[in-house]
Design a protein around this ligand. Structure first.
Ligand code: ZN
Length: 345
């Protein structure tokens, strides 16, 4: 038998709880509706989408797929936000491809675009993982996450009250050689383009330390570190940045596999930073994906799959529930997102 065909079924006899809806109405602060990551709902009927969200107990949904040009943002505003303003927030972005053409004027131009996007209806800014890995300036030099030339962008986001959802670098194992010691070997085998083996890519820590210095340098801009602050494998590192920077928040999207294999540390993290953690799925608007997260946050069930798929995508381990208390659940499911995403500008 090949190792890839080995999928042992646990013989533990322990309880399994089905949690169909969250204990409190939930605000999904990290998700997608576009073609690549969100199921292409911009071309599907809105009532079907609202029906899925109702089934899953999701009352508000951040769609990070507003893009950076006029076209995409307006298409998402027209399709989701305008017909159902209470249900959706659409985030815009930065068009890095304009840097070569705009040269030294790029950052001021990009800051100006944020003003336009806010006027059109964008309610936040999504920074994709290319920053620190691929984005180059007009001299073809790789741009650091905390490059001071970008300060006008972060400053303007703060002035406009646009929270910045930022994802850099993570996961750590994508920076390691793809060999028999790599814990994400199977996933990297399926997606070789997800590997950022260093060198030639910058080291993981260089990129996340850039995020830390960026967040510290812009205290009046709200930053949400995607996927547990871009370093779910090291909650002490994330906690230290949360301690240092009151403008920093994290979402838990797509990292139940990380949080749930360090249940004692993760539970302490949730209790201590209950005011700074946002619920999110990143798996599209599907009830079965949401249920895994509810199961993890709410129950003390032991040793279950963290994916709706039969083979867990990020590694073949299982997770343990956190049985969080109601006051923490209410903040994580809704109150924190309500405070920082709705009460702005
Ligand atoms: Zn995402």
């Amino acid at each position: 038998m090949l190792l890839q065909n080995f999928y042992p079924q646990s013989k533990l006899v322990t309880k399994t709880t089905l949690v169909e809806k969250p204990r409190f109405p939930a605000f999904d602060a990290h998700n997608h509706l576009g073609e690549d990551f969100g199921g292409g709902w911009d071309k599907r009927p809105l009532p079907e989408l609202l029906d899925l969200l109702d089934q899953a107990g999701i009352v508000r949904y951040v769609d990070l797929d507003g893009g950076w040009g006029e076209g995409m943002l307006n298409a998402h505003l027209d399709h989701f936000k305008n017909p159902a303003p209470e249900r959706f927030l659409i985030f815009g972005g930065v068009d890095w491809s304009q840097w070569p053409e705009k040269g030294d004027a790029f950052h001021e131009w990009a800051a100006g675009r944020l003003r336009d996007q806010k006027e059109q209806g964008a309610e936040g800014l999504k920074i994709w993982k290319g920053l620190g890995l691929h984005i180059k300036d007009h001299t073809r030099k790789l741009v650091d996450v905390d490059d001071s030339r970008l300060d006008p962008i972060w400053q303007t986001a703060g002035e406009l009250g646009l929270p910045v959802m930022i994802h850099v670098a993570d996961p750590v194992a994508f920076f390691d050689p793809i060999d028999e010691t790599n814990e994400r070997w199977e996933e990297l085998g399926n997606h070789p383009d997800w590997a950022f083996t260093s060198p030639p890519f910058p080291p993981f820590l260089h990129i996340v330390e850039g995020l830390a210095s960026l967040v510290a340098r812009h205290p009046s801009t709200v930053f949400i570190g995607a996927h547990v602050g871009c370093y779910a494998e090291n909650l002490a590192w994330v906690g230290e940045l949360l301690d240092r920077c009151p403008n920093f928040y994290v979402d838990i999207s797509a990292r139940i596999g990380e949080l749930g294999r360090q249940p004692y540390t993760a539970r302490r993290f949730f209790l201590r930073y209950a005011d700074r953690i946002l619920f999110g799925s990143d798996m599209g608007p599907y009830p079965e994906a949401y249920r895994v997260i509810y199961h993890f946050l709410e129950t003390d069930d032991e040793y279950f799959n963290y994916n709706a798929a039969s083979i867990p995508m990020q590694g073949r381990w299982h997770v343990h529930g956190l049985y969080l208390p109601d006051d923490v659940l209410e903040k994580v499911y809704f109150r924190n997102a309500e405070r920082i995403l709705l009460k702005h500008g």
